[in-house]
Design a protein around this ligand. Structure first.
Ligand code: GLN
Length: 482
């Protein structure tokens, strides 16, 4: 039963084929069996899961359930969960027990999901391979010698290896979409402001968004229905009610106008990814869509602009970890300055320190105009590129990543080659648009993802397009031999 989608599990639970408690025990035993190999979970909340499953079964018996009641879920360890260790995969927070729930967690609890645990990730969500975690790298279920992608690598590996039915992730520059592509599953990043960031540990506040990592677009829609919408605790979460994302999944794609960015088909794109993309475009044409090339002339600047803006925001956000209020504190500090210095030096890993230094430098008085202001101007141009492209098309489709999953250790020595992994995803965060990766092929046994990008707050359209694709293909149904 652990292989099924949330939609299927929900129907089985409703028919009484098995209880949530039985389903939860099944996942917990798979986690015991396989987590040693994949390292997808940092914390397993067995007791909580069984208690929530019992409560869900009782709710179903009373007829008070929704589609997610009793569904086993995993949360990226960036979401605060009350009375549960919330580490952000950092030594800095390795002993932090959150006193409250993130809004995303709170809403999923209210919908009746069963929390199996907290998933591994790159430290403070900085990375593309899940190798920067204080708790060790995650392995890709399709090939344990390869990375699952990052930073939501634990969530992606857990969904792909059927160690949960669905998971939460966050995406600042590609961290939902890139691991989804590498692990052969569906990853959805909503528009900036669609989902509350309350209780989600901040990396780059103007870019971070939460979203589902799932086995299908339909499952993503089910989770979106539970988590999207206004939240008085987050002023950047827009005050507009979210639509019913299930309602439009079956709309026809007849007349859909798809744009393919010329710049994404250029040098750097692997031939295997390009041919998977072309095959997917054929499927969309057969469903009634028209395809045209669009221009995103500034897309080559996105990675550079991001690596000024994201570290700048991170350097400000991470200044709160000072060894005073919570988190790691060095042993035997001799004075206040020594405590700050050593707590931060010992508590943060090297990628996090690199980002803090870049960000502090970019924001410093002498360089602010040259770097930070410039990067913000580029950000505006990138948004304009998308606005122009969307005058003629309804969705933009291209590759999610240049290649399939790379080997552990392969890109560790040169941060810039690692940063370029996000060349197709980062612009979407800079523009605040919804983006999604769905499986659309495979090469030498490794999955290939394609990226769908929508207009501002047009999440429903993206989910519709992805669902129609999945109704007519079976890439999303393929699973690794675990
Ligand atoms: N890989 C990118 C980075 O390292 C994006 C990470 C993310 O989306 N959280 O910053």
């Amino acid at each position: 039963m652990s292989r099924r989608t949330v939609a299927e599990l929900s129907r089985s639970l409703a028919r009484g084929e098995f209880s949530s408690t039985e389903l939860t025990r099944d996942y917990l035993s798979r986690i015991k069996q396989f987590n040693g190999v994949y390292n997808a979970y940092i914390t397993v909340t067995e007791e909580l899961a069984l208690a929530q499953a019992t409560a869900a079964d009782q709710r179903r018996a009373r007829g008070e359930h929704g589609p997610l009641t009793g569904i086993p879920i995993a949360h990226k360890d960036i979401f605060c969960m009350q009375d549960v260790r919330t580490t952000c995969a950092s030594k800095m927070l390795s002993n932090f027990i959150s006193p409250y729930n993130a809004t995303v967690v709170e809403r999923l609890n209210a919908a009746g999901t069963v929390t199996l645990g907290k998933t591994n990730m790159d430290e403070f969500a900085m990375g593309s391979s899940n190798e920067t975690s204080f708790f060790g790298a995650v392995r890709n279920p399709w090939d344990p010698e390869r990375v699952p992608g990052g930073s939501s690598g634990g969530s992606a590996a857990a969904v792909a290896a059927d160690l949960c039915a669905i998971a939460t992730g966050t995406d600042t520059g590609g961290s939902i979409r890139q691991p989804a592509a590498f692990c052969g599953i569906t990853g959805f990043k909503p528009s900036y402001g669609r989902i509350s960031r309350w209780g989600m540990i901040a990396f780059a506040s103007s870019l971070d968004q939460a979203g589902p990592i799932s086995k299908s677009a339909e499952d993503a829609a089910l989770m979106m229905n539970a988590i999207a919408g206004p939240d008085s605790k987050d002023s950047t979460c827009v005050d507009v009610a979210a639509p019913d994302y299930m309602a439009t999944l079956n709309d026809s794609l007849q007349g859909l106008r798809i744009g393919v960015p010329r710049q994404h088909l250029a040098e750097g794109l692997g031939a295997e990814v390009e041919s998977a993309l072309q095959a997917a475009l054929k499927v969309f044409e057969s469903l009634g869509a028209t395809i045209k090339e669009v221009d995103l002339p500034n897309s080559h600047l996105s990675v550079s602009a991001y690596y000024v803006i994201a570290p700048a925001e991170a350097s400000a956000n991470l200044s709160r970890f000072d060894g005073v209020r919570y988190g790691y504190r060095c042993a035997d500090p001799v004075n206040l300055e020594d405590m700050y210095k050593r707590s931060r030096s010992e508590g943060f890993g090297s990628e996090v320190k690199r980002r803090i230094m870049i960000g502090t430098y970019a924001l410093s008085a002498g360089f602010y105009d040259a770097y930070y202001i410039k990067a913000q101007q580029i950000r505006r141009l990138i948004k304009q590129d998308f606005d122009n492209a969307f005058k003629d098309v309804d969705v933009i489709i291209g590759p999610t990543t240049p290649h399939t999953a790379f080997k552990l250790g392969e890109k560790n020595s040169d941060p810039v080659t690692m940063y370029l992994e996000d060349i197709y995803t980062i612009a979407v965060n800079l523009a605040g648009l919804p983006g999604m990766s769905i499986p659309a092929g495979s090469h030498k046994g490794l999955p290939i993802g394609i990226q769908l990008v929508g207009k501002d707050f047009d999440e429903a359209r993206l989910l519709n397009v992805a669902h129609q694709y999945q109704q007519n293909t079976d890439w999303h149904l393929q699973r690794p031999e675990v």
